[in-house]
Design a protein around this ligand. Structure first.
Ligand code: TNX
Length: 554
């Protein structure tokens, strides 16, 4: 008996060490180790069975060249011995984004029923490569078979480019990081109080005035005065198209966000008539305002792009028809730039003070038979939903859009915890979970961070522990949970190094929440894979946060 147990233990240990040879994040559905290994030839050939697989093959080709100095050739046609073969088989039974992967001494074969599936197979191939770069290639790739498919359809990551602006070049790099983590939605937060970042041909003021501010507070709110540094930037429509195409080639849908009715200071700075009170000054507290703004206000100028962070009273006027005409025009120009079926209109944190004292808003409430300002917000969003639907799009908004009644087909992003998402799903609305308790990557991941953050504490293990489908959702409504997303708000994140410090390795944990089947998630196994993931981050020259695995949960 003892001998049998011993043998069993030995076998277990052997399979554990073999499994350790492959450390894929997010963890695939199944990995079966086989005898042998595949040695990457000096000049590998990537065979594709159809042209639809070009983007996947190019991604791999690029990767091999950038990180291993290996020049691979792509060729369309029949499998050959020793090659990496990408096979699209529309009759295969693999689920939409799923794939199978076979590694033998004689080559690698990826099969999927969709081109997206092949792209994810490529991401796994990339993680089968020894993570130590060129020198480690001689270790080879262990023979195995992988069968894999994602747990959730909507696997999102957000970036706020309003509070701080990031170049097209960096946004593309960011998108590459998402692809490497099998994330398929990029939520691009393009407008907010501190800057309007997308060119609109009909309203050039939005980028002329709205994309710039005269200064930014120094340090964490309430800060230590203004840095008095003019700050700005925006994307031209041509650049937006370039980013969208870049993402598309990586099977990532760009979901743009145009904020309304709150977080509108930048638009109002450009066009004061969008405010309930065009003649009132933008309120920037005395100890945070840039000298230039102060002087301009003294000389009679009124509206400014915000220079500090938080929630501001000056919002889009919901009483005047001109506001709706403006927003209809904006959406009309935005829609054709983004193939995404979903357009995000914000809807969060809209103080109702101005609407309460605005005669036009009060008249609208009366005329439409609304109960209060919350119903006015709901009226606002419902009106926008009609506009988007007329363009063939669906509306998504933060969970405040539940207040005063949800628009009929609206999708909800639940950020103030899970409550909004649970209510919306139980009412039959599609939901993406982004609870700030777990998925706000602007929150600290170390108890002692060495730079300013917005606050909150979401260590790696907490991110990892999240389940996007809470038990409180009725069983027959659970399919309304499309997935989840992490958000990176950039009030205190002003450069790519800090972006990466906040994102990594938490994005690795996020990817298992989104991709790996919940019953297969395992914190200890994930922890064991982390050193290899960090080796990859080093290879990719990512500035990641180190030694975060043992941070306490609270
Ligand atoms: C809340 S999340 C916001 C953002 C801030 C963020 C900071 C949401 C819909 N609104 O405007 O940047 O908190 O964590």
């Amino acid at each position: 008996m003892i001998r049998v147990v011993k043998l069993f233990c030995l076998l277990l240990m052997a399979s554990a060490t073999m499994a350790q040879q492959v450390q894929i994040i997010p963890e695939p559905t199944s990995i079966v180790m086989k005898e042998g290994k595949y040695m990457l030839p000096a000049k590998p050939v990537i065979i594709i069975s159809s042209n639809e697989l070009k983007p996947s093959a190019s991604f791999l080709q690029n990767y091999l060249s950038t990180y291993y100095a290996v020049k691979a050739k792509i060729s369309l046609g029949k499998p050959v011995q020793g090659a990496i073969v990408l096979l699209l088989d529309k009759t295969a039974s693999s689920p939409a984004e799923g794939y199978t992967l076979q590694v033998t001494n004689g080559g690698i074969t990826a099969t999927a029923s969709t081109d997206a599936g092949i792209f994810y197979a490529v991401q796994s191939i990339i993680q089968l490569l020894p993570a130590g770069g060129v020198a480690s290639l001689s270790n080879g790739i262990p023979a195995l078979q992988i069968v894999d498919a994602p747990a959730y359809k909507y696997r999102g990551m957000h970036l706020d480019v309003s509070r701080h602006f990031f170049s097209v070049e960096y946004v593309k790099q960011f998108i590459d990081y998402l692809a490497l983590h099998k994330i398929n939605r990029f939520h691009w937060h393009l407008t907010d109080d501190q800057g309007w970042r997308i060119e609109l041909k009909k309203y050039p003021g939005l980028t002329k005035a709205g994309a710039h501010r005269n200064g930014t507070i120094v340090g964490r709110y309430p800060g230590k005065g203004s840095d008095n540094q003019p700050y700005g930037g925006y994307y031209t429509q041509a650049q937006i198209k370039e980013v969208v195409a870049y993402a598309q080639a990586r099977y990532i849908t760009v979901v743009p966000e145009i904020e309304m009715p709150g977080h509108a200071s930048a638009a109002i700075a450009a066009y004061p008539w969008l405010s309930c009170f065009p003649k009132e000054k933008t309120v920037i507290p005395e100890n945070m305002i840039a000298t230039k703004t102060k002087e301009a206000q003294a000389a009679g100028a009124l509206k400014f792009t915000q220079e500090t962070f938080g929630v501001f009273d000056d919002v889009f006027c919901a009483g005047k028809d001109s506001t709706f005409r403006f927003l209809e025009d904006v959406l009309k120009e935005v829609v054709p730039l983004f193939p995404s079926k979903v357009i995000h209109v914000g809807g969060d944190e809209c103080p109702k003070g101005n609407w309460k004292r605005c005669p036009a808003c009060q008249a609208r409430i009366k005329q439409m038979g609304l109960k209060d300002e919350h119903e006015l917000q709901s009226y606002f969003i419902k009106r926008m939903e009609k506009v988007l639907e007329a363009h063939g799009k669906s509306l998504m908004g933060w969970d405040e859009i539940l207040e005063g009644g949800l628009a009929p087909n609206a999708m909800v992003m639940s950020w103030r915890g899970e409550k909004g998402g649970i209510t919306a799903a139980n009412e039959g609305h599609y939901v993406v979970m982004t609870p700030n308790s777990h998925f706000y990557f602007d929150h600290k991941q170390r108890q002692k961070e060495d730079s300013v953050t917005i606050g909150g504490y979401s260590p790696l293990e907490k991110v990892y522990s999240y389940n996007p489908t809470p038990a409180a959702i009725d069983v027959d409504k659970r399919h309304f949970i499309l997935g989840a997303q992490a958000n990176l708000w950039t009030e205190y994140i002003g450069n790519p190094a800090k972006v990466e410090y906040m994102l990594f390795p938490r994005m690795a944990a996020l990817s298992e929440v989104l991709w790996t089947k919940p019953e297969q998630k395992n914190w200890d196994a994930f922890k064991a894979k982390l050193p290899t993931q960090e080796q990859r981050y080093t290879l990719w020259k990512i500035h990641f946060s180190k030694d975060v695995v043992n941070e306490p949960l609270k």
